[in-house]
Design a protein around this ligand. Sequence first.
Ligand SMILES: *[C@@H]1O[C@H](CO)[C@@H](O)[C@H](O)[C@H]1NC(C)=O
Ligand SMILES: *[C@@H]1O[C@H](CO)[C@@H](O)[C@H](O)[C@H]1NC(C)=O
Ligand SMILES: *[C@@H]1O[C@H](CO)[C@@H](O)[C@H](O)[C@H]1NC(C)=O
Ligand SMILES: *[C@@H]1O[C@H](CO)[C@@H](O)[C@H](O)[C@H]1NC(C)=O
Ligand SMILES: *[C@@H]1O[C@H](CO)[C@@H](O)[C@H](O)[C@H]1NC(C)=O
Ligand SMILES: [Zn+2]
Length: 299
Amino acid sequence: MGQSELCWTANAFLFLLFLPGILGWGREGHYMICKIAEKYLTEDALSMVKELLPSYAEGDLAAVCSWADELRAHPDYHWSGALHYVDTPDFFCNYKCSRDCHDNYRHKGRCVTAAIYNYTMQLESAYKEITSEIKYNLTEALMFLSHFIGDVHQPLHVGFVGDIGGNLIKVSWYRRRTNLHHVWDTMIIDSALKRFYHSNLLLMIQAIQNNISDEWHNEVSAWRNCTVNQTTCPNPYASESVSMACKYAYKNATPGSVLEDSYFLSRLPVIEKRLAQGGIRLASTLNRIFASEGKVAEI
Ligand SMILES: *[C@@H]1O[C@H](CO)[C@@H](O)[C@H](O)[C@H]1NC(C)=O
Ligand SMILES: *[C@@H]1O[C@H](CO)[C@@H](O)[C@H](O)[C@H]1NC(C)=O
Ligand SMILES: *[C@@H]1O[C@H](CO)[C@@H](O)[C@H](O)[C@H]1NC(C)=O
Ligand SMILES: *[C@@H]1O[C@H](CO)[C@@H](O)[C@H](O)[C@H]1NC(C)=O
Ligand SMILES: *[C@@H]1O[C@H](CO)[C@@H](O)[C@H](O)[C@H]1NC(C)=O
Ligand SMILES: [Zn+2]
């Protein structure tokens, strides 16, 4: 058994944890990732997703992709706070599951990549009817999984532990005071919506989708790729994220920086591609989970 398998199967106990202020992509980011994913679901996956969604979602996965952020403040769900991210030691631009996947109390397996394995496994074992003692809430498993695959693609969700993924780096976004993490969750996307997409989320989603089928067409199969017989592959996504955090997010954004057009215009394409990758990979994970026997090889 390889190090990474040992790492993610490490027993995950339930510990209480509450860390305020570390959200995922903002609402728009998660919505876009799930909207993109919906377009690439197989028929089998789409019908299972619809079956599992809560009724208020009205069949739309994107409607519940921020659910995991909304419930974090609820006392019953404080334990889920650590599952939205994973931090590396300061100035380490690589991700190592065995070193990094733990919460602030160093409880192993309390991090976003382990959570992705966890909820993938819950859905898969129920769907493939592998008998399991514990009955999980599969609606929650689907909503957590869809959210966390998004989060792991936000570069600063795999940032440095000392600044809490950029949360402690105070910067100005044009004339507004904020922190670097928030810039990457929300501000870049908000500014792009206003400046380029008439504040219309659907236009931005469409532009990203156009790139998926055109500009990035040749890369998409590599995005989908996962180790043979594995259903999901979050570790490489976390590695990509921290390397982008170093190369694009932290770069030229020291405490007190005023971030304006040069930062905005050079980082926006990075974020748009991450949203695309998050959507494609969420779809292919769900497609693999809900593949009928014998169809696995085609996905
Ligand atoms: C796995 O899912 C269960 C049910 O939501 C949860 O109690 C547990 O903390 C999760 N563990 C990880 C590592 O995600
Ligand atoms: C499963 O979770 C959803 C969302 O939290 C909740 O509305 C529903 O009641 C839960 N189902 C069961 C059987 O506990
Ligand atoms: C589409 O791809 C081009 C070329 O890589 C890039 O400049 C542009 O920002 C992308 N647009 C979107 C919406 O992803
Ligand atoms: C697919 O993923 C595997 C394991 O992560 C890797 O060894 C292989 O090089 C990848 N192939 C492509 C085409 O990206
Ligand atoms: C993948 O799974 C199939 C069917 O269970 C098995 O025959 C094959 O050897 C597996 N491949 C690897 C690389 O584990
Ligand atoms: Zn989150």
